[in-house]
Design a binder for this molecule. Structure first.
Ligand code: PLP
Length: 274
């Protein structure tokens, strides 16, 4: 049975409990990180912990104790041996009365890990009309208020795709429900800037650093003319896109995307905490 870290110790999944009045559940007052593990080793954990802290500050939660989170991560990895893992670190606002303000009962830390299979090298995406709010209070924060992503991802699945891409309120290309997007135009690689309202993805940052991709404000219709499109995320790494809505891109994986995939795999293999 899966063993989960909840507030100071490991529990069997069936015994792992948080209050039904936890603010994370009642109003989505929580933050999280998804970390990839390979053969029991977490990838880019320092960057994930730094982003967890940024999300906590954005939401007004106390700074997570990195040493405590690292201890929990080590214990959970130890207790759940999987080849390729999805480790989820969640901090919530803790127990509160039913009102919308946070109680003063401390926060909760939950760390869980499950095994996943490698994502395909190439996938289909759709675009959705709903917008990311680049000026909203939650822009760029990884909060547990992900219901809009759940809806968009369900729409993508209905249409045989694995990801949905959002515009922002200015109709500029922003990001996917759980990934960042890159487009290739005339051999150059571009990705929307963080100011577009996207999450500062860790895979995105490493891809920009390692491939020299440019951060460019892009209109949504760039997707109609891009030579290649690819996604980045913790669990996808660099993943080619072969269809956007009804537009089929070149079959197979385009040369620029293939190069980005190669560079990412090499560099990420050499350095587990880049
Ligand atoms: N955008 C959103 C909304 C996400 O939830 C994620 C996944 O964490 C990403 C982008 C990709 O970020 P990362 O590469 O850090 O996984």
């Amino acid at each position: 049975m899966m063993r989960i870290w909840v507030n100071g110790g490991l529990r069997d999944a069936d015994d792992a409990r948080l209050s039904v009045l936890d603010h994370g559940l009642t109003v989505g007052d929580g933050i999280f990180e998804t970390v990839r593990t390979s053969e029991g080793r977490p990838f880019a954990l320092t960057r994930h912990l730094d982003r967890l802290t940024r999300s906590a500050r954005g939401l007004g939660l106390p700074d997570p104790d990195h040493d405590e989170v690292r201890r929990a991560v080590a214990a959970v990895i130890d207790a759940n041996p999987v080849a390729l893992g999805r480790l989820r670190i969640t901090c919530t606002g803790g127990l509160s009365p039913l009102g919308s303000d946070r109680g003063d009962h401390g926060t909760s830390l939950v760390v869980a890990l499950d095994g996943v299979s490698r994502r395909p090298d190439s996938t289909a995406v759709i675009t959705v009309p709903w917008t990311r709010n680049e000026r909203g209070a939650l822009a760029g924060l990884k909060t547990t208020s992900y219901a809009e992503n759940v809806v968009a991802l369900a729409r993508a699945r209905e249409r045989g795709a694995s990801e949905a891409l959002f515009p922002n309120t200015a109709d500029r290309l922003c990001e996917g429900t759980g990934s960042n997007v890159f487009v290739v135009l005339g051999g150059r690689v571009h990705t929307p800037p963080v100011a577009s309202g996207c999450l500062a993805g860790i895979t995105r940052a490493l891809t920009v650093e390692w491939t020299g991709a440019e951060e460019t404000d892009l209109p949504m219709d760039v997707l109609a003319e891009a030579d290649e499109v690819f996604l980045t995320s913790t669990l996808r790494d660099v993943q080619a896109v072969h269809r956007v809505d009804d537009r089929e891109l070149t079959p197979g994986i385009g040369p620029v995307t293939a190069k980005a995939m190669r560079i990412f795999a090499e560099r990420a293999g050499d350095d587990l905490d880049p």
